[in-house]
Design a protein around this ligand. Structure first.
Ligand code: OXD
Ligand code: MN
Length: 599
């Protein structure tokens, strides 16, 4: 059975009528010297042929058809299991334009380095040319690209994650412009691994890694780093946000866009199953990772999801935490770096069914070797696999946004939810997001770092300019959505989470919607509007009044310290930091220092 697919015209493409594309492909073939060149048409025959070839070469293995039809497992090189932020560069002519938030290399140096790496790199391999469209194929908000890669694993993932093939190529030929992405797995030597971006040239080059965020170039490299640069020049926003619709029992649907750092539960929230105590509520998923936001002619902020699939974190997914995701990954799914049971089913920590026989490195499972599945093991599934998939994910005009929600993983400090006072304050809230690091990137896990708008690894230009761009929106419309901040991850002294999270988070989203609709009061504090404890519905929850109070109040002393830390952080962007954010910081700090604010 072929995987569910987006319609394509089904034409078999051998080449292109667009001279700029043909010349570029020829030039790359000349440089990389592949044995053959394959133009991908995105058809299901192509998908299945590549799967069969990869099974043959051992790059993939088929999982148990009984329970996991059309599911496959890929095990990466153990040195290549996460994004490599320290090897990711933004190459603008002036270093200042990349900003302190990016590693920088001059375009000339980067081109010389990458040309040397790509020289002859595809000898003995097939070079795949993947035309793709980020966003609904007929949306004015979508943008196209072409990825050249020598990895068939990348091709089958791009097939799920983007609208790729004939229709994308037709659009590229019509528009004449496209983002150029060049990728080779090289020899997977971490010393020869670089992911470089040339925003002015609308191009990306990635060498030496096969891992999702480093290799599926439509995702982080195009839809965030390059697109954020395009968005700034064209007046829109490319953000690391999930996109979901929340339908109340009376049929009213609100769409929200939420920015949380990697592996902080965006996929789970986007696919949430309403709790038992909220009958009649429905969730519609539009996207789990990236949103592109535009003002329409009426000044309404609308969003599309540029992707068409999910590349989600597997560990922790079970029937209780996320039944939609759990069901979704029981068919037509590519697993990367999970463990396997003796009967060849995928297994991961937190699955709650079965036990591992082989770990993510293919070794016989031994607890002494650590987790059976890699903590950053992933599933790739088409969005249409999702039981809560919203048909509006394909709507060319996108959906109107009622609220933007920022969040992070903070065991202390940040309350369950609060609302910014206005857009400017909301941009400050987004700019000061901090979160504990996760396994999604190489490096130490659990360290608090500033991750403005959850874009630290993904903003393709200087954060100072990015904040100014965000701050410019009220000049263009008076219809901007409310801005909120949430924290599902507060812990008690014993390290136990004090908020149940997962489906129960809908209780908090309901408060957010009630605020947007002006249906509920809140307490004004220097950091924003906090809920009255009784306005967070806790029916059927095992949570006491003291805990809810703790989740809905702030400690002015630790918040004053936080404001100092935010002030220091903002100053690291020098004169690119917008004065409006410094003003917000000062206002909040002095209000916190004043004795008589309401607690
Ligand atoms: C992702 C990430 O894979 O943010 O989405 O790392
Ligand atoms: Mn992400």
């Amino acid at each position: 059975m072929p995987p569910p697919r987006f319609p394509t015209s089904g034409i078999r493409i051998m080449t292109t009528k667009l001279p700029a594309l043909k010349e570029w492909v020829d030039q790359i073939a000349e440089l990389t010297q592949p044995d053959s060149v394959h133009w991908c048409n995105g058809g299901s025959a192509e998908y299945h042929r590549l799967i069969a070839e990869m099974i043959e070469t051992g790059t993939l293995s088929a999982l148990n058809d009984n329970g996991y039809p059309n599911c496959y497992l890929h095990l990466s090189n153990p040195n290549d299991v996460a994004r490599v932020e320290h090897l990711t560069f933004v190459c603008t002519p002036e270093q200042e334009d990349a900003g302190p938030n990016n590693n920088w290399m001059s375009p000339d140096e980067a081109h010389a380095k990458m040309d040397a790496l790509f020289d002859g790199a595809m000898r003995g391999r097939t070079m795949y040319v993947i035309p793709y469209c980020m966003g609904p194929i007929d949306s004015p908000y979508s943008r196209c690209g072409v990825e050249i890669t020598d990895s068939p694993y990348v091709v089958i993932n791009m097939e799920m994650m983007t609208r790729m093939g004939g229709d994308a190529l037709a659009r590229i030929e019509r528009e004449g412009t496209f983002v150029k992405g060049l990728h080779s797995t090289g020899d997977l030597d971490p010393e020869r691994r670089f992911i470089v971006h040339f925003p002015e040239e609308l191009s990306i080059q990635s060498f030496g890694s096969g891992y999702g965020g480093n290799a599926l170039l439509g995702k982080k490299c195009h839809a965030l780093r390059i697109a954020s640069h395009q968005a700034r020049t064209e007046g829109w926003l490319a953000e690391h946000m999930l996109l979901m619709g929340i339908e109340s029992p009376d049929g009213e649907t609100h769409y929200i866009a939420c920015a949380f750092p990697s592996a902080c539960g965006k996929t789970n929230l986007a696919m949430l199953i309403p709790p038992h105590s909220m009958p009649g509520w429905k969730i519609w998923t539009l996207g789990d990772d990236i949103a592109w936001l535009h003002l329409d002619e009426d000044g309404v902020l609308r969003a599309i999801n540029p992707e068409s699939g999910y590349f989600g974190v597997v560990p922790g997914t079970n029937e209780k935490t996320n039944k939609n995701a759990f069901d979704m990954i029981h068919h037509n799914t590519i697993f990367t770096n999970v463990a396997r049971t003796a009967d060849n089913k995928p297994w991961w920590e937190g699955k709650k069914i079965g036990e591992p026989a082989y770990d993510w490195q293919g070794r016989e499972y031994d607890a002494a070797n650590g987790p059976a599945a890699h903590p950053n093991s992933r599933f790739t599934a088409a969005a249409t696999n999702n039981p809560s998939y919203s048909k509006l994910a394909d709507a060319p005009e996108g959906v109107p946004i009622s609220a933007i929600v920022f969040g992070g993983r903070r065991k202390e400090l940040a309350p369950l939810v609060y609302e910014a006072k206005d857009w400017q304050h909301g941009v400050f809230v987004g700019a000061s997001v901090a979160s504990e690091t996760t396994a999604a990137m190489v490096g130490e896990v659990g360290v608090v770092r500033r991750d403005p708008m959850a874009m630290k690894p993904f903003c393709g230009y200087n954060f100072g300019d990015y904040w100014s761009h965000w701050l410019s929106f009220p000049k263009r419309t008076s219809k901007l959505p409310g801005i909120f901040h949430v924290n599902w991850f507060r812990q008690d002294e014993d390290g136990k989470f004090i908020w149940p999270g997962f489906g129960e988070n809908l209780r908090v989203l309901r408060w957010i919607i009630d605020r947007v609709e002006g249906r509920v009061e809140a307490r004004e504090t220097p950091i924003g509007f906090l809920p009255n404890a009784e306005d967070i519905d806790t029916s059927e929850l095992d949570i006491d009044a003291a805990t809810i109070r703790k989740l809905t109040t702030i400690n002015p002393v630790t918040w004053a310290e936080e404001m100092d830390a935010i002030g220091e952080y903002l100053e690291t962007f020098g004169d690119r930091t917008p004065q409006a954010l410094l003003d917000e910081q000062q206002r909040i700090k002095s209000e916190l220092d004043a004795v008589d604010w309401p607690r």
